[in-house]
Design a protein around this ligand. Structure first.
Ligand SMILES: Nc1ncnc2c1ncn2[C@@H]1O[C@H](COP(=O)(O)OP(=O)(O)OP(=O)(O)O)[C@@H](O)[C@H]1O
Ligand SMILES: [Mg+2]
Length: 494
């Protein structure tokens, strides 16, 4: 019998060495090498699903062909039952694709996928593999979610329907969602082969365990091996696989980087611990755009879709000093968001600048532009800035809104109600054009805003007139703020 070989595997990058080092020579991470004893390769049991089906027959040489002559199959997509999830996936799940969903512990990954699996199970065969929780735990959640869904139906429908869980238990199609509580990869693969479901959920990839490897579940080798075996079977059977992945302390997906390369889409589910809304984003998507945003709200009885997220991020009804409203764009989705600023005399040698939801560097830059081009002595003031609703706004189109909120707080002014500000600030104090202005204006008008301050030369005067929106175009920050506030903020008597 061949001797087992010992290798050391970096838990950060997956590099393997025969010798132990305190620091990985590949990625430079400290203390990341873990000893792993693998049986010599000739003693490995051959797993039928792991073997390539074509391996048995002699390999046919494949010839290249002109790309125009390659046969096309229309891309079919399977609705996930949730419009918000479909939007992020690029229109639905593609058969045979692998989707990895990452997110902080307790954020609602299992809830989202169980709800979606349940919705899809009415149309196709779905297998839910729970490697983290027992069948009983999943059943309890399923019942809670089913009761929540029937409540929503009741609220919308008028007549009180029977609880959905009960209806399902009696109806013949209740066999739609299959549940398997198992951590052994071999058994999961066997079940996938036997059932050949259209969709399978694996919760989670880190909890699966390949008995052929001696390392612990969740280690780089295990995750890589389990994901590769699942990918092979998914491609062969045209099963769409939804994998749950853990994240590290820094919020990155745990496991080897190769996992992200292996899958077709990487989604992240994020949210504020203190707020009930959850945001779903695509970090990578081979079948759609990556900048789309899905918004959900966590309720006691599961996740509900938020189709009008702007209303979630709009703060108080009454405008107050130091608030400004912007229209941010997440992909093709415009979001009307309120910004709040507080400017107060500093009691420190260097003033404090704190920003929540916007990069502090961006705030520093905008304060410098205001100081230089409007002559406001902001370096003697502390400045705090927050985005309402806990949203992260990264795009520069928020600059003008930040400047307006800061100046309004400094001068103790209230912006006229119904005003939105859109524009990027250049270091020279000029207002730069932003993308998707048309979409942003339409969203603002839809929510009842009546004035929009935008960069000069937008060419959208006619659109704005049709939307009953007063369009105020400005070439620079000073001009824009005068238009927005109705007074000159650089004037000390303002
Ligand atoms: N009995 C319950 N009643 C109300 N809300 C609940 C209940 N159980 C769970 N929740 C909600 O669901 C959330 C947990 O969701 P879920 O288990 O789907 O998270 P997860 O991302 O899968 O977590 P993990 O990483 O631990 O698997 C909780 O944070 C809580 O808000
Ligand atoms: Mg879970």
């Amino acid at each position: 019998m061949a001797r087992p070989t010992t290798t050391y595997v970096c838990q950060s990058c997956g590099a393997q060495t025969r010798q132990f080092f305190g620091r990985c020579s590949s990625c430079g991470a400290w203390n990341s090498l873990v000893e792993q004893t693998a049986p010599a390769s000739d003693t490995r049991r051959r797993r039928p699903v792991a073997a390539d089906a074509s391996a048995a027959s002699p390999r046919q040489p494949r010839r290249s062909e002109p790309i125009a002559a390659v046969g096309e199959r229309p891309l079919q997509r399977l609705g996930s039952g949730y419009g918000e999830l479909d939007r992020v996936l690029g229109g639905g799940l593609v058969p045979g694709s692998l989707v990895l969903l990452g997110g902080d512990p307790g954020i609602g990954k299992s809830t989202l996928l169980l709800q979606s699996a349940e919705a899809m199970a009415t149309r196709c065969s779905v297998l839910y593999v729970s490697a983290e929780e027992s069948a009983q735990q999943v059943k309890l959640r399923w019942r809670r979610l089913a009761e929540g869904a029937s409540e929503v139906e009741g609220e919308m429908g008028g007549e009180a329907p029977a609880p959905r869980a009960q209806v399902r238990a009696e109806a013949p199609e209740s066999a739609g969602l299959q549940l398997l509580a198992e951590t052994d990869l071999e058994l999961v693969l066997q079940e996938l082969e036997a059932l050949r479901p259209a969709v399978a959920v694996i919760d989670s990839i880190q909890a699966l365990h390949d008995g052929e490897l001696s390392s612990a579940p969740g280690s780089v080798a295990q995750v890589r091996e389990c994901a590769a075996a699942l990918a092979r079977i998914a491609k062969r059977q045209d099963t769409a696989l939804l994998l749950v992945g853990h994240v590290t302390k820094e919020g990155m997906l745990a496991g080897p980087k190769v996992l992200e390369h292996l899958v077709d889409a990487v989604l992240t589910f994020e949210g504020d611990r203190f707020a009930s809304h959850r945001l779903l984003r695509a970090v990578k998507n081979r079948f759609g755009a990556t900048h789309e945003l899905g918004v959900f709200e966590m309720r006691g009885r599961g996740l509900a879709e938020v189709s009008n997220p702007s209303e979630l991020f709009l703060g108080s009804e009454e405008p107050s000093a130091g608030t400004a409203t912007i229209v941010a764009c997440e992909g093709t989705r415009p979001l009307v968001v309120e910004l709040q600023a507080l400017v107060s005399t500093t009691s420190y040698a260097s003033p404090r600048r704190t920003a929540t939801g916007i990069g502090t560097n961006r705030l520093h830059q905008i304060l410098a532009v205001l100081e230089k081009h409007l002559g406001l002595p902001l370096s003697r003031f502390d400045c705090y800035l927050a985005v309402a609703g806990g949203l992260e706004v990264e795009e520069p189109a928020a600059d003008l809104g930040v400047a307006a909120a800061v100046v309004a707080s400094y001068r103790d002014l209230t912006l006229p109600p119904g005003t939105v500000l859109i524009g990027e600030l250049g270091l020279g104090g000029q207002l730069r054009p932003v993308g998707q202005l048309e979409l942003r204006l339409q969203e603002a008008a839809r929510l009842g805003f009546t004035r929009a301050v935008v960069p000069k030369g937008s060419g959208l005067a006619r659109l704005a007139a049709g939307l009953d929106l007063q369009l105020l175009e400005a070439g620079g920050v000073a001009e824009a703020l005068v238009a927005a506030l109705g007074v000159n903020p650089a004037d000390d008597r303002a």
